[in-house]
Ligand binder design. Sequence first.
Ligand code: SF4
Ligand code: SF4
Length: 103
Amino acid sequence: MAAAVLLAVVVTLVFAEEFWHRHLCPYGTFLSVSAHFAKRGSTVNKDQCIVCGFCEKTCPTAAITADAQGKRRIDSRYCLQCFRCHDVCPTQTIRYGAWAEHV
Ligand code: SF4
Ligand code: SF4
């Protein structure tokens, strides 16, 4: 147990936050599997995205990337549904809903 705690501390200090969420966290792994089958999740309405990048900067798992025009999109495999991106989006264009609603 002590070794596990020590390892967690080292990983937290040495690696970026998304490394933990993407590759080591058991809960994150479980969520990535369930996200594969999910019918709902956080999505960006690209028509209202003003390409500010605030969402990408605040995402703990680096699940948000930009397309060729800079419009953001969310990779559901890495999204924890923490809603941090919802809170910082100035146009409130990130919503939780059925995938088809915001594509
Ligand atoms: S809900 Fe959280 S994990 Fe998902 S894309 Fe937004 S900030 Fe990232
Ligand atoms: S915070 Fe909102 S407006 Fe800004 S890049 Fe992200 S989705 Fe687009």
